[in-house]
Write a protein that binds this ligand. Structure first.
Ligand SMILES: Nc1ncnc2c1ncn2[C@@H]1O[C@H](COP(=O)(O)OP(=O)(O)O)[C@@H](O)[C@H]1O
Ligand SMILES: [Mg+2]
Length: 217
């Protein structure tokens, strides 16, 4: 069974008739990397919202590990916790993701939601801050950070849950060369370690390095 399966999925925003996603079918195997390309407005972010259970097909089906992801299914708190633990989502704009007063709490938020013990939360959060080179920012307010720092914090918050699938929406957008390099290396390691990646990017080198499969919207 494929990990991710879209079957003839269409989507229109509420109150609109225009289909933003039209009859899209797609399968993705565990450990594969799908690169999603397409001009601005082609539906990349909309597709990612569906894959992350933040929007639901108006037609067709989305199966994750054999389970259909619907509003009703995710309406059950146990299901939604499990799903969001397995699928992590890095938004294009980290400002939308960051809402805690301290970087430490931002990264600790997911593990706390998962009901881990205080000691486990502390350990995981510290590991993640170290991994992304942001341990020195632990007590800072996320909204005071630079764009590149915010991206690291947002990614650390995603990785703190150790998801199987990581969905990244234009992760290079607005980043300086050094942070791009770091992020590109990190994504290659994730792939190496067997994670399933879904990445929207216009970057040919990143695609070259990662893609097993390419979807052009
Ligand atoms: N909240 C929304 N309400 C209505 N239309 C939207 C909304 N968000 C995006 N759209 C429209 O959906 C289409 C696809 O947008 P989007 O998924 O953001 O594309 P991309 O990420 O590829 O730039 C665009 O035509 C956009 O205007
Ligand atoms: Mg987008």
């Amino acid at each position: 069974m494929s990990l991710i399966e879209l079957k003839d999925v269409s989507y229109a925003y509420p109150g609109e008739t225009k289909l933003v996603i039209k009859h899209l079918s797609l399968t993705l195997e565990r450990g594969w990397c799908l690169v999603v390309r397409g001009d601005n407005g082609s539906g990349k972010t909309t597709l990612f919202r569906i894959l992350n259970g933040l929007a639901f097909p108006v037609e067709g089906r989305y199966l994750f590990d054999g389970t259909e992801i619907t509003e009703k299914y995710l309406g059950v708190s146990r299901n939604s916790k499990l799903f969001h633990k397995r699928v992590g989502y890095l938004f294009q704009n980290p400002d939308i993701m960051l809402f805690n007063g301290r970087v430490f709490d931002e990264v600790a938020f997911g593990p706390r939601q998962m009901g881990l013990s205080d000691a486990e939360v502390e350990m995981r959060t510290k590991d993640c801050l170290d991994l992304f080179g942001i341990a020195d920012l632990a007590d800072k307010a996320p909204y005071h950070l630079s764009g590149g720092q915010k991206k690291r914090v947002a990614l650390a918050a995603v990785m703190a849950l150790n998801p199987e699938v990581i969905v990244l929406d234009e992760p290079f957008a607005g980043l300086d060369g050094k942070t791009r390099e770091f992020l590109g290396g990190f994504l290659a390691e994730l792939k190496e370690s067997g994670k399933t990646l879904i990445v929207a990017t216009h970057d040919d080198r990143l695609q070259e390095a990662l893609a097993d499969q390419v979807l052009e919207l």
